[in-house]
Ligand binder design. Structure first.
Ligand SMILES: NC(=O)c1ccc[n+]([C@@H]2O[C@H](COP(=O)([O-])OP(=O)(O)OC[C@H]3O[C@@H](n4cnc5c(N)ncnc54)[C@H](OP(=O)(O)O)[C@@H]3O)[C@@H](O)[C@H]2O)c1
Length: 305
């Protein structure tokens, strides 16, 4: 899909107030698209965390809507494409209720958690995996029934806007305690992906016939051990790395305590166990089909100003 033809094309972005949306909306505007940005919150609240320097564009229209109540999605009328950055399983019911009648191209986000959490014993994580699997199947089925070309992205750990709960949780621990607990040797491999590389991938996929009806694992441009990832975050925060070996059960207990807080309710002992797991995924197919070339790990440790 291109912006050529009569007038600018319109793209719906659901989950627009997310860290990927932070980079995607300006990219879409720069590419000449008109954007309908959807959040459950009013625009001022949705974009408050984006900071004062975030470029607000005249071509972006914000709509307040909850995808769990899919009836009446008139805000998508006339749109050519849809980029879904929210929870994947919410999308198929919206498509099935006729919420994308004019849409011919769609990009949606799943997660490599579908694979990395597949053997988790934690009920919340098992539910997440089931939702991701059902979401992937539902996306293909709903799009096929409506002649919509779909592309599914499965990112690894996302960071880069200072709005994530991956790098920024580690930053918060470093700033508060000056040390970071490590289970075992912390040798499990990671491949964090910058949110702006995912935003660029969305725009590139819209213009890539090869990516229609295909799923891609989108990993970052560098593979590094968990302890090296944390050490880099220390350095980016202006601190010398201080990693303290701690038994898995102690980290698990700390995570359980944190999970009592609403913001961290998905934290659990499985996260401590996974420090030793490798979470590495090839993005070669994305490079081949739409030129995906993610950057190496460059941690961002400040929220947008
Ligand atoms: N974070 C990661 O490390 C990671 C890793 C792999 C895959 N992913 C996937 O990548 C995508 C982006 O991740 P993220 O961490 O940047 O975002 P996120 O925090 O998972 O959420 C994305 C957005 O979804 C919207 N949303 C949630 N429920 C909604 C509903 N009922 N109706 C309408 N909007 C709803 C929220 O918007 P409002 O609150 O503004 O309504 C939120 O900003 C997600 O699909 C996520 O599952 C994330």
């Amino acid at each position: 899909m291109t912006t050529s033809g009569p007038g600018p094309k319109t793209v719906v972005v659901t989950g627009a107030a997310s860290q990927v949306g932070f980079f995607l909306l300006p990219r879409l505007a720069a590419a000449g698209f008109r954007v309908v940005a959807v959040s459950r919150r009013p625009q001022a609240e949705a974009t408050a965390s984006f900071g004062r320097g975030w470029p607000g564009h005249d071509s972006t229209r914000w709509v307040t809507a909850d995808l769990e109540r899919p009836a009446g999605t008139t805000w998508s009328d006339g749109s050519h494409a849809w980029i879904h950055l929210g929870p994947l399983h919410l999308l198929p019911p919206v498509l099935d209720s006729g919420g994308a009648a004019s849409v011919r191209r769609l990009v949606a986000f799943g997660s490599t958690s579908r694979f990395t959490k597949a053997r988790s014993t934690h009920p919340r994580e098992r539910k997440l995996v089931a939702e991701l699997e059902a979401g992937e199947a539902g996306l293909a089925r709903s799009c096929a029934a409506r002649d919509i070309g779909w592309t599914l992205f499965r990112p690894t750990l996302i960071y880069g806007a200072g709005l994530d709960r991956n790098v920024m949780v580690i930053v918060a621990a470093i700033r508060r305690f000056g040390v970071f607990p490590l289970v075992g040797a912390g040798q499990g491999l990671r491949q964090p992906v910058h949110a702006d590389d995912l935003a660029a991938a969305c725009v590139a996929a819209l213009d890539s016939p090869a990516s229609v009806d295909r799923a891609y694992d989108l990993s970052g441009g560098e593979v590094l051990a968990y302890r090296e990832m944390v050490s880099r975050i220390f350095a980016a925060a202006g601190r010398s790395p201080r990693l303290v070996p701690v038994p898995a059960v102690a980290v698990g207990f700390a995570l359980w305590c944190l999970s009592r807080l609403p913001r961290y309710r998905d934290f659990n002992i499985e996260m401590a166990r996974r420090m030793a797991d490798d979470m590495v995924f090839s993005h070669a197919e994305a490079t081949r089909d739409f030129g995906y070339r993610p950057r190496s790990f460059q941690p961002v440790v400040e929220r947008p100003g």
